[in-house]
Write a protein that binds this ligand. Structure first.
Ligand code: PMP
Length: 371
């Protein structure tokens, strides 16, 4: 089987599993306990915090450990909401864990704006500039699109915001952290979401980078762990496994390999003019469509041939994928034909070449059957 759905989730590193076991079975103590064992686990958690901050390139701030990116996104948005006539700005390309929080804000009576996307999949920076004003409380734009691999220019967004307001900038960095090179201290973000299972760590654990904890309020109530911002005993084993995974990823080396893999796939599919490929900066994600062939039909046929791809992000409904591709101005029939191919840096060139040939053959076969 060739797995090409790494944007949905990745296989956990064996070493990360080793850490998981160590902190679930041996050093299983509660990090809030007063005795030595508890304090030792607390120190390990703080090391994990430091390690992530360093990998992010942060010069200030902290990370709040959460139960994954969905929770981090909810905390960032709902936690920065304030009473009064504040406005909130989101891109149209956001994952449902941001987009549906925006919808909830709207339902609760807040003024919420959605910024359209360009044909490239990046947010429309000019439209963003028109919308942001001094009443803007928060702008939330993702770093790398999970649908297309488009990369938003976060530093440029920060500049646009700063010209007109003191708004906070939240970035969903799930498809960027440990995948593309960046230095968070140069992006000007206030809040940044990461998720362990997208970089070979365990599912159900993530973090929210917070530059200044004073801008956030807790959204769940309890024991006050995690700087009073996220109550509940920390998922220590998951966090330590996330730390291990993060520390064992060479982002630059992996990026180079992912470029090679994406190029191989692109060259293979380009043998047939019916394939349309959306150009995007992230080498990990490709959105492609084959004219006249339904994406879901193709994905199912590929499954029978041992190649796993998706027709959009796994955790969203198909409608979310459509929302994003349609916002880029893609034709309805191309949206219907779309599949998403996503790599991890540890795949071999041969594997990708083989999968590319299978995709090519399957698409042709379906097209001929339907003619
Ligand atoms: N944001 C993006 C961009 C994603 O791709 C995903 C996962 N599909 C999430 C958020 C949600 O992540 P989690 O599964 O950790 O809640």
């Amino acid at each position: 089987m060739i797995y090409l759905d790494n944007a949905a989730t990745t296989k956990m590193f064996e070493g990360a599993l080793g850490q998981y076991q160590k902190f679930a079975c041996d050093l299983f103590y509660n990090p809030s306990a007063f005795y030595r064992e508890g304090r030792l686990v607390r120190a390990e958690l703080d090391n994990a915090r430091k390690s992530l901050l360093e990998k992010l390139g942060a010069k200030e701030g902290t990370v709040i450990f959460t139960g994954g990116a969905t929770e981090s996104n909810n905390l960032a948005i709902m936690g920065s909401k304030r009473n009064g006539k504040w406005e909130y700005v989101f891109s149209n390309g956001e994952h449902p864990s941001v987009f549906n929080v925006a919808k909830e804000l709207e339902r609760q009576g807040a003024i919420v704006h959605f910024v359209p996307l360009q044909a490239s999949g990046e947010v429309d920076y000019d439209k963003l500039e028109e919308i942001v004003c001094e009443k803007t409380r928060l702008v939330s734009v993702m770093h790398v699109s999970n649908e297309t691999g488009a990369v938003n220019d976060i530093a440029r967004i920060k500049k646009i915001i700063s010209k007109k307001s003191k708004a906070l900038l939240h970035v969903d960095g799930v498809q960027a952290f440990n995948k593309i090179m960046f230095d968070i201290s140069k992006l000007g973000v206030d809040l940044y979401t990461i998720s362990a299972h997208k970089f070979h760590g365990p599912k159900g654990v993530g973090a929210l980078y917070v530059k200044d904890v004073k801008v956030l309020k807790n959204i769940v109530f309890g024991g006050g762990q995690e700087n009073d911002l996220r109550s509940g005993t920390e998922n220590v084993a998951g966090i330590m496994a996330m730390k291990w995974a993060s520390e064992h990823i060479d982002v630059e080396k992996n990026f180079e390999n992912a470029i090679k893999l994406k190029n191989i796939m692109t060259e293979t599919l380009k043998q047939d003019d019916n394939f349309k490929i959306i150009e995007s900066f992230s080498p990990y994600i490709m959105s492609v469509s084959y004219a006249g062939v339904n994406g879901e039909t193709l994905a199912r046929a590929l499954q029978d041939e041992g190649v796993l791809v998706s027709t959009g992000s796994a955790c969203s409904t198909k409608k979310a994928g459509n929302r994003i591709l349609e916002s880029m101005g893609m034709k309805k029939e191309d949206v219907k034909s779309s599949i998403r191919i996503s790599f991890n840096a540890y795949m071999s060139a041969d594997e990708v070449k083989k999968a590319g040939e299978i995709i090519l053959q399957c698409a042709k076969k379906i097209k001929n059957l339907e003619l």
